[in-house]
Write a protein that binds this ligand. Structure first.
Ligand SMILES: Nc1nc2c(ncn2[C@@H]2O[C@H](COP(=O)(O)OP(=O)(O)OP(=O)(O)O)[C@@H](O)[C@H]2O)c(=O)[nH]1
Ligand SMILES: [Mg+2]
Length: 369
């Protein structure tokens, strides 16, 4: 029996086995087997999601634009960035990944027009796997759906999930430490719904014989397996609704109901018209917010404060991260820093490397000569 058939059989058995306490460990084993077989199949076909990026990462952050054909990805990319991505009133106009650079608040945000996700991944068109490797490494996914076809969102999420991309969720708090003997022991800081025996059988199925497992949250079987497999990517996302210029106001409640059905808050979704360049400022600001970028204005000796080209960091970054991004020899020569602005208690506050910076801080690094 080939891998394909084994996978199909496992999927059928999982689907036909009712889930309850007495079948839980069994289903756990089946799902684990299935995950391992899929991994193997991927390796055999030489298309593991990890290798070979179609596009190099550039700039301060990378955003992947995913959506069905003709939804307006290229139109949007062209409107937001300096890119010249081909657009057309027919499907499948773009078969590679097209990059563009969005300049916003002094940051360079790379936006990737990722076409062919649906056809590519399912039917081998347009280098689907390469396309997916690009999505896996993005800092943010923008789902672009047509205002008339909100249900496209389901397929997009499904396709990403199948390819080990987990949207809007943190990695499961599952840690495994191998040991030399004594079998598998399970520690949990929460009152786990899963039986200890289930957790153990899942681990065994993934090849562990002796290990300490710590589970720090209420996981279900799928999330437990994600934690064990350790090769899933966790990427945040936002939803943009394109072609909003085409609807009449009385159609809006229908769109909102479609969104709510998918647990998308209509207030959170961003309505745009890529073609008429409407709503793009709002979209850009949301991208900025979701990426968690912050601007640091460097106060350079003899040159004053540079507000034109801020140093771009992430929320939570420290003076140390600033030194690292600045490069040069700041690292060894660092004495202390002075910060004014939102993160400072007072102007010119003297701080050390571990001081956490905030958007629009002014930073001066005092270094040894
Ligand atoms: N009315 C309207 N038409 C749009 C809008 N955005 C894109 N279009 C049109 O939709 C068609 C497809 O747009 P593209 O930007 O090529 O779509 P795409 O998602 O890049 O398509 P593929 O490259 O085939 O995946 C073009 O005719 C666009 O002019 C919009 O906001 N409103
Ligand atoms: Mg296109």
């Amino acid at each position: 029996m080939g891998l394909d058939e084994e996978i199909q059989e496992l999927e059928e058995e999982i689907a036909s086995t009712p889930y309850n306490k007495s079948t839980e460990a069994h289903i756990g084993r089946l799902k684990s087997k299935l995950a391992e077989k899929k991994e193997k199949l991927e390796q055999q076909s030489g298309s593991g999601g990890g290798g070979g990026y179609a596009v190099e990462k550039h700039g301060d952050a990378t955003v992947a634009l995913v959506g069905f054909p003709s939804v307006g990805k290229s139109t949007l990319l062209n409107a937001l960035t300096n890119a010249e991505s081909e657009t057309g009133a027919y499907e499948f106009t773009t078969l590679d990944v097209y990059p563009g650079m969005l300049k916003y608040k002094g940051a360079n945000i790379q936006i990737l027009d990722v076409p062919g996700l649906i056809e590519g991944a399912a039917g081998g068109r347009g280098g689907g796997k390469e396309v997916l490797s690009v999505v896996r490494t993005a800092d943010l996914i923008v789902f672009l759906v047509s205002v008339f076809e909100i249900e496209q969102y389901d397929r997009l999420r499904e396709e990403l999930y199948k390819n080990k991309i987990r949207i809007d969720t943190e990695p499961p708090r599952v840690t495994i430490r191998k040991k030399a003997k004594d079998g598998i022991s399970v520690n949990s800081s929460v009152d786990l719904d899963l039986d200890e025996e289930t957790v153990k059988s899942v681990l065994r199925e993934h090849g562990y014989v002796n290990a300490d497992v710590t589970v720090g949250e209420q996981v279900d079987l799928d999330r437990l397996i994600d934690g064990v497999m350790d090769n899933r990517e966790y990427v945040p996302s936002i939803v943009a609704i394109n072609k909003a210029d085409l609807i009449e106001p009385d159609y809006l409640p229908t769109v909102e109901a479609d969104l709510e059905e998918r647990d998308i808050d209509p207030e959170e979704a961003i309505f745009i018209s890529a073609e008429e360049e409407k709503g793009l400022d709002g979209l850009t600001e949301r991208i900025w917010q979701e990426l968690g970028l912050i601007r640091i204005y460097m106060d350079k000796p003899g040159r004053g404060v540079d507000r034109e080209e801020p140093l771009i960091l992430r929320r939570g970054d420290t003076v140390d991260d600033a030194c690292e991004k600045l490069g040069g020899s700041f690292d060894e020569r660092f004495r202390f820093a002075r910060v004014s602005g939102p993160s400072a208690k007072h102007d010119e506050q003297q701080v050390g490397r571990d001081h956490e910076l905030a958007d629009e801080d002014v930073l001066r690094i005092v270094a040894r000569k």
